[in-house]
Ligand binder design. Structure first.
Ligand code: B1M
Length: 234
């Protein structure tokens, strides 16, 4: 006889039910279940990108809303983030496996005072998948760390991420320091993060604001193509 506590067998759910269940599992911070769900969707022929955006990012949006509304708190959100990272670790090599030609090099990091890294990690993964070399500086980066890495790595692009309204102004500190040192125009500067918008990107002197990881890839490709055209023109 079936009982209400029967364990849910993820592989027996259809795609829609499985994605709904993954939203619940992400919410509950169940890393192993998320990893299993990701593998099942991949086995069913889902593209890594669809698994990432529809199952994982979709689930994290629900977590984000309940965090905002005071229903979830930091410890629960940390568990959800940990489960999300488990799923992302499976997708990372698959997204990077596209065999795309090398496009350029990006240094990316979350700004000083900010420890959110899921969105930045996603951008890194998608950029690598599109053929960019990515140097990931991690979280809580002061201006010197960005500038040292740009020079040491001979990068084309600087990517900065901020998730807090209190940390996003730090992006301007980095760009202003680049201007002071006369190196601003040597790099393409792309910024992103949930509280930003295009107007903010323009106001701080970035080349572009990127709404999500896919937009970051497209924007980076456009700017790199423009740079190559300018170099070819002399
Ligand atoms: Co925090 N947190 N958090 N948090 N957290 C937010 C950002 C918040 C909006 C939640 C809320 O209230 N709704 C709120 C900020 C409010 C504000 O400033 N307006 C908030 C707060 C308040 C805080 C604390 C202050 C809470 C506290 O301690 N009281 C604290 C701050 C710590 C600090 O940084 N100093 C804090 C802590 C945490 C955790 C540690 C628990 C955890 C982070 C774990 C981790 O990252 N390893 C966490 C999380 C997980 C979130 C939410 C729920 C989810 C963020 C996320 O990962 N989203 C978030 C709520 C929300 O955003 N809805 C929230 C998924 C990710 C895929 O999206 O990061 O937006 P996102 O990235 C996207 C785009 O923005 C873009 O592409 C990505 C992929 O498509 N993008 C880029 C991002 N970076 C880019 C860089 C680019 C280009 C595109 O460069 C080229």
């Amino acid at each position: 006889m079936a009982d209400e506590d029967d364990e849910i067998i993820l592989s027996e759910l259809d795609d829609d039910e499985l994605v709904q269940q993954m939203f619940d599992d992400l919410y509950d911070g169940l890393k192993e279940e998320i990893e299993e769900g990701v593998n099942i969707l991949l086995d069913r022929g889902w593209t890594p990108y669809d698994v990432l955006t529809k199952a994982l990012v979709g689930g994290m949006t629900i977590v984000g809303n309940d965090f905002r509304d005071g229903i979830l708190f930091v410890p629960e959100v940390l568990l959800a983030a940990n489960a999300m990272k488990g799923g992302m670790a499976i997708l990372k090599p698959l997204l990077a496996e596209t065999g795309a030609p090398r496009m350029g090099k990006m240094v990316i990091g979350t700004v000083k005072g900010d420890i959110h890294d899921i969105g930045k990690n996603l951008v890194s993964m998608m950029m690598e998948g599109a053929g960019f070399e990515v140097v990931d500086l991690g979280i809580n980066n002061p201006v010197e760390k960005y500038l040292d890495a740009l020079k040491a790595e001979d990068a084309d692009i600087l990517g900065m991420s901020a998730l807090l309204t209190t940390t996003m102004p730090y992006m301007k500190v980095v760009i202003d320091t680049m201007k002071e040192q006369g190196i601003r125009d040597n790099y393409i500067v792309l910024v992103g993060g949930a509280p930003l918008n295009e107007e903010f990107g323009r106001a701080i002197g970035a080349d572009a604001y990127c709404r999500d990881a896919a937009v970051a890839v497209e924007t980076a490709k456009q700017f790199i193509a423009r740079k190559h055209n300018q170099m070819a023109a002399g």
